[in-house]
Design a binder for this molecule. Structure first.
Ligand code: 5AD
Ligand code: SF4
Length: 473
C-alpha cells in the first residue's frame, strides 16, 4: 500500500509561510494596538478536534491569539464534519450567518475546512452559494494551511484546495496547540479502509496510514512531560494500526511500548472495529497498567442481515464472543458502542435484534444515531422505505432500553471505591469537583486531598443516570 509522508522540506516551506505571516501580523498589531486574533470552531469527532488543535498550533505560530468569538476574529476557521446531514447543515448555517460579518469587515478571512468540504460536490456549492468564504481546504490539505492563508493574504482571490491523493498524507513536525488541562488527543493513524456502506469517511479522509511508532512514543513522552494525564490514542480504526508499516508492529505491540513510557498517566484509545479487535488486544489491555480498562467497540446493528448490508465483516455472535472474552480478562471493563437506527431496509425484527443486544450486553455508554443518507456511499442507493416516524419511534425505544440498563449499572457502583482523575469543577456545591473513572465515567466528588490534575480514590455515595457522586477516602 502506498503511503505519502510529506517531506521535511515541504514542512520547512510551511514554516517559512508561517514566519512570513507572523512578521506581517506583528506589523499590523503595532498599528491596531493588539495581537491579531483567530477563532476556530469544530464539528464532528475527536479526530476533527485533534485536527483543529493542529490548525490552532499553526495559527499560534503565525502570531494569532485565540478569539472568544467570530465577531472579534481576524481569521475564522470552521472545521466541518460530513458523517451525518445534521452536522453539515449546522456548519453551513454558521457560515451563512457570517455573511453579515464579512460585509461589515471585508478584511476578515473566513476558512472552511475538514471532511464536509472534501466531498466531490462541495467546492462548487461553496463557490456559488457562500461567497463570504475565502479559503476552502480539505483534510488532505490541512498541513498546507499556512501556504493557503499566505496566498489569500497576499492577494489571491478565493483559495480552494480540496485536492489530494486518495492514499492520503502524513505530515510530521507541525505545531499543535492543545487546551492544557489533563486530557490530550494523540493521533496514531489517519484514514479508513473499511468502506462500511453508510459511511462517508473513507472518501473524505483517504486510506489508512499509520504514524511511525517512534514519533508516537516521542509525542507521548512530551505530553507526559507537559503534565497531561489522560491521553487518548486516535484513529478511525486503531486495530489496523501498523498494517501499512514496514516495521512489524500491531496495535497491541504499540500499546506495550507506550505503556512502558515512565510517568503517572492513563491511555485510552478509539475507535476499534469488531472485525479487527483481537484476543491479543484484550490480553494486552489487561496486562498494561496504564491502559484504561475502557473499550469503545461500535457494533452498529444486532441483525446479521443489516450487518452484511453495512459491509461490517462480523456477525452479532462474533461481537458477543468478543465482549465475553474482554470481560473475562477485565471484569471492570467500561464498554461503549455506536448504533445506527433506521438503516435502509431495517425491519422491526432487525431492530428488535439490535435492542435485544443492547439489553443483553449492558453498555455503560451508547452513541445512537438515526441513519443519515450520504451521497456517494453504496447505502445511498439502497431502497429505504421505512417512514421517518417509525425510525424515530425505534430510536426512542432503544434509548429507553439503554437508560434502564445504565441506571442499573450506575446503581451497582454505590458503595464501591474507584480510582479517578480529578479534572475540573462542577456546578453543584455538595460535590464541587468533577473527575473521570478509569473507564471514563463522570464522577462529581468532594472531600479532602482532591486536586485537579491528580489521581485519587473515592467511595461512591450515590448515583444518577449520568453521574456518580463520590467522596475521597
Ligand atoms: N448515518 C448515521 N450514522 C452514521 N455514522 C457513520 N455514518 C453514518 C450515517 N451515514 C455513525 C456510526 C459511526 C459513528 C462515528 O457515526 O455509528 O460509528
Ligand atoms: Fe470525524 Fe467522520 Fe465527521 Fe470526518 S466525517 S469529522 S472523520 S466523524
Amino acid at each position: 500500500m502506498q503511503k505519502t509522508v510529506v517531506s521535511q522540506e515541504q514542512i520547512a516551506h510551511q514554516y517559512e509561510y508561517m514566519q512570513f505571516i507572523a512578521r506581517m501580523n506583528a506589523q499590523k498589531a503595532e498599528v491596531c494596538g493588539h495581537k491579531l486574533r483567530a477563532f476556530t470552531q469544530t464539528f464532528g469527532c475527536q479526530q476533527n478536534e485533534a485536527d483543529t488543535q493542529r490548525i490552532a498550533g499553526m495559527l499560534d505560530e503565525m502570531g494569532y491569539e485565540k478569539a472568544e468569538s467570530a465577531q472579534q476574529a481576524d481569521v475564522i476557521v470552521i472545521n466541518t464534519c460530513a458523517v451525518r446531514e445534521h452536522a453539515e447543515s449546522r456548519a453551513l448555517g454558521n457560515v451563512g450567518a457570517l455573511s453579515h460579518l464579512k460585509k461589515a469587515r471585508p478584511d476578515v478571512t473566513i476558512c472552511l475546512c475538514g471532511c464536509m468540504v472534501q466531498q466531490e460536490h462541495m467546492p462548487e456549492k461553496i463557490k456559488k452559494s457562500y461567497p463570504q468564504v475565502d479559503i476552502v481546504f480539505g483534510t488532505h490539505a490541512l498541513w498546507r494551511f499556512p501556504e493557503l492563508l499566505y496566498r489569500r493574504l497576499t492577494g489571491d482571490k478565493r483559495v480552494f484546495d480540496t485536492s489530494g491523493d486518495a492514499a492520503g498524507y502524513i505530515a510530521e513536525g507541525l505545531p499543535i496547540l492543545r487546551d492544557g488541562g489533563t486530557k490530550a488527543w494523540l493521533s496514531i493513524m489517519y484514514g479508513c479502509n473499511n468502506f462500511c456502506t453508510y459511511c462517508i469517511v473513507p472518501y473524505v479522509r483517504g486510506r489508512e496510514r499509520s504514524r511511525d511508532p517512534q514519533q508516537i512514543v516521542h509525542e507521548l513522552e512530551q505530553l507526559v512531560a507537559e503534565g497531561y494525564k489522560d491521553i487518548t490514542l486516535l484513529g478511525q480504526n486503531v486495530n489496523s494500526y501498523g498494517k501499512d508499516l514496514d516495521t512489524p508492529i500491531d496495535f497491541s505491540d504499540l500499546l506495550v511500548r507506550l505503556n512502558a513510557v515512565p510517568g503517572d498517566f492513563l491511555l485510552r484509545f478509539m475507535t476499534s472495529h469488531p472485525k479487527d479487535a483481537s484476543h491479543k488486544l484484550f490480553d494486552t489491555m489487561a496486562a498494561c497498567d496504564k491502559v484504561a480498562k475502557q473499550l469503545h467497540l461500535p457494533f452498529q446493528s444486532g441483525s446479521d442481515t443489516i450487518l452484511k448490508r453495512m459491509n461490517r465483516g462480523y456477525t452479532a455472535t462474533h461481537y458477543r464472543e468478543l465482549i465475553a472474552y474482554a470481560r473475562g480478562k477485565m471484569p471492570d471493563l467500561t464498554l461503549s458502542s455506536d448504533i445506527i437506527v433506521g438503516f435502509p431496509g431495517e425491519t422491526e425484527q432487525d431492530f428488535e435484534q439490535t435492542r435485544a443486544l443492547v439489553d443483553e450486553i449492558g453498555f455503560d455508554m451508547l452513541y445512537t444515531f438515526l441513519y443519515s443518507k450520504r451521497s456517494g456511499t453504496p447505502a445511498a442507493s439502497m431502497p429505504d422505505d421505512t417512514p421517518h416516524e417509525v425510525k424515530q419511534e425505534r430510536f426512542e425505544r432503544l434509548l429507553r432500553t439503554q437508560d434502564e440498563r445504565v441506571q442499573a449499572r450506575q446503581d451497582a457502583y454505590a458503595g464501591k471505591c474507584l480510582r479517578v482523575l480529578v479534572d475540573g469543577t462542577s456546578k453543584g456545591t455538595e460535590y464541587p469537583l468533577t473527575a473521570r473513572t478509569e473507564g471514563g465515567l463522570l464522577v462529581c466528588c468532594a472531600g479532602d486531598g482532591l486536586k485537579i490534575g491528580e489521581f485519587a480514590q473515592v467511595r461512591i455515595e450515590k448515583t444518577s443516570l449520568r453521574c456518580l457522586f463520590g467522596r475521597s477516602v
